[in-house]
Every structure is written in C-alpha cells, then in structure tokens.
Design a protein around this ligand. Structure first.
Ligand SMILES: [Mg+2]
Length: 340
C-alpha cells in the first residue's frame, strides 16, 4: 500500500486497509507525510474516502465537496495502482486531439509516441455532426495517421441498435451523418433518433418528434452532451434538445454513446482488453472520464476543448489523473502506466 502523499510504502500506524475497503484518510499516510501541514489537512478531512488499491481508485466528489481540497491529493496513489495493468488507451477526438480543423498542439507527435509503446489504441467519439467516413477524412487531412477501423463512433452504436430493433426513426441528426444510416427505412416513423443536428432543431421538427413520443415511440439519444467546443466557442449539444423532448413528453431517452458503459465495453471488445486494463483520455469530465470510470476504466481528463476550470472538482467522480493536454496525458501514461 502506498502513502497518499509520497512514494513511501508501509510504515502506517493504523491497520492497512483491505482493497476496496472504506477507510479514513489518515490510514493512507505514512508517518512522514502525516506530519506535514498539507497532510494534516487531509487527516482532518471529516469525510471517508474510498480506496481501491487493487483496481481503480476514485473519490466521490459529493464527499470531497465538503472537505479541504487536499482530499483530492490521491492522484499519485491512483497512478501507482493503475501501473502495470494498462494495455489499451481509448482516446476522445474533438477537444482532445483536435478542434474542427485545428490540431491540439503536439497531439500528432504525442500519438506517435504512444503508438511506439505497442499499447492498443481506439478513438472513441460521440461526434454526430458528420459520418465516420467524413470524420476520418478530416483527421487524415489535418495530419493524423489513423485507420478507419480505429475509430468507434456513437453513430455506429446507434445504427446497430436501429437494425437490431427494426426501427424506422425520425432522424434529428445532421445531414452529413446520414451516410452511416444508409438503407434505414424512414417511412411511417416508429421512433425518434437525436444527434447534434443544428439544421433540424426547429420548433416544427421538434413538435413532430414530440407527437411521436406521445404515441409511444422510443426516444434514442446518440448522446446527451450539454455542450461542445466549436471554433468560435462553446455551443449547445444535443443533450439540451433530448432533455426538452423528455420533459415535454414524459418519456426517458435511451442513450447509446458516451457515457454509457456499453459504449466503452463495445470499444474495448474490439481490442480484446478488459476495462481494468484500459484508460480513457478525454476533455469531457462527465461523458469521457466519469463514464469510463463507472465502466471500470481509468480516466484522464485533459484541460483542452470543452474543459472549464474546476470541472474535475464538480464531477461525480475525481478523475484518475488530470493533464494539461493530450501530449501530457500520453507522457503520463508512458511514464507511469506501462511499466511491467
Ligand atoms: Mg471531446
């Protein structure tokens, strides 16, 4: 067991906590760290924290909100517990390695460094404003070396669901994304599919969807992002419109993209890895990081794209690690999580 605040091992006064046990924060400090001012604040923290020394470590931030900020200083311990087990990295796209046609500085070189480690890589995205083919072409055009098979999109997951249930959806998705739904029947609609579709989010179209929902049609949300990062700033995501339809119709949407656990598990299935062997990097603390952590992966938050200061403090779970950007996240993985 490792000290919360330093690399020391052992030398703990209280009994060593069992993996997954709920213990007091003072049980996580070696005797040296326990005497430091900052750790005294940790010791004084009135809230228990959860330690999963055999798997993931996370702090429910609902507890942490009532504590001093030093409660969140468990990141180094999280790093230690994640070490030796990472075999796959899931990477968000928009806001993490690019924003529209702009590359996050250093992202291309960082991806090359990550590929050189032989770790398995999958790009997982909720992007619904363009098809997987168009997205792949964009990534290649701006300089990324990525195979189409490496991209797992929520559009693909939605298409699978439509086919499985023989749905004939009213499509509130961008025209540029409809390529991924070729062959789907749109006549006599029996469901509503919502993605990011600025050109369809108007009163009459939403009212048509609302009436279908009142008649019992299922509401399928490709994702429920509250907002996303556009070249000119933050912009409304489909979540605002999905929630509006839920509110007015009284129905509950079925979400197929991030942060649903099934989405992360499907992406990992292609790589032959378990959630415990994987880490997710993303700019959305809720959909990327918390979603992945709830699905059993580790989660690294990057401070680019839609990130806003304090996101990590207000989220449901504390990220496993917070990095300035994608290159720093990659360096953290290479230096801490790939050791044998
Ligand atoms: Mg993103």
């Amino acid at each position: 067991m490792q000290c919360l605040l330093c690399p020391s091992e052992g030398d703990f006064g209280p009994p060593v906590a069992k993996p997954s046990a709920r213990v007091s924060s003072s049980q996580l400090l070696c005797s040296a760290a326990a005497s430091s001012p900052i750790s005294r604040r940790t010791i004084d923290c009135p809230q228990p924290i959860i330690v999963l020394s055999a798997s993931l470590t996370s702090t429910p931030n609902k507890s942490a909100k009532n504590c001093s900020t030093s409660c969140l200083l468990q990141y180094p311990a999280v790093s230690a517990t994640m070490a030796k087990r990472i075999a796959a990295v899931l990477i968000d796209l928009s806001g993490t390695i690019h924003i529209e046609d702009a590359i996050i500085p250093g992202a291309i070189e960082a991806l090359k460094r990550l590929r050189a480690t032989q770790v398995k890589i999958k790009f997982v995205t909720n992007t619904t404003k363009e098809s997987k083919h168009v997205l792949h072409e964009r990534l290649k055009r701006i300089g990324f070396s990525i195979d189409s098979e490496e991209i797992f999109t929520s559009l693909t997951a939605a298409r699978q669901l439509i086919d499985q249930r023989n749905l004939r959806p009213l499509m509130l998705i961008a025209d540029a994304a409809k390529e991924d739904f070729s062959g789907v029947c749109y006549e006599n609609e029996n469901s509503v599919l919502v993605g990011l579709a600025p050109e369809h989010f108007n009163y009459e179209r939403l009212t048509t969807a609302f009436r279908l929902l009142l008649d019992g049609a299922p509401l399928i949300a490709i994702h429920k992002a509250r907002y996303y990062k556009r070249g000119d700033g933050l912009a409304l995501g489909p979540g605002a419109f999905v929630s509006g339809l839920e509110y007015s119709s009284g129905c509950k949407a079925e979400v197929v993209g991030k942060p649903e656990a099934a989405f992360f598990h499907s992406a990992l299935q292609d790589l032959g890895c378990t959630p415990a062997q994987a880490v997710m990097i993303g700019d959305d603390v809720q959909d990327d990081v918390c979603g992945a952590m709830k699905a059993g992966l580790a989660g690294i938050l990057v401070k680019t794209g839609k990130y806003r200061p304090g996101d990590e403090s207000h989220a449901e779970l504390s990220p496993s690690h917070v990095a300035e950007d994608f290159p720093q996240a990659v360096d953290f993985i290479i230096n801490n999580l790939l050791q044998s």
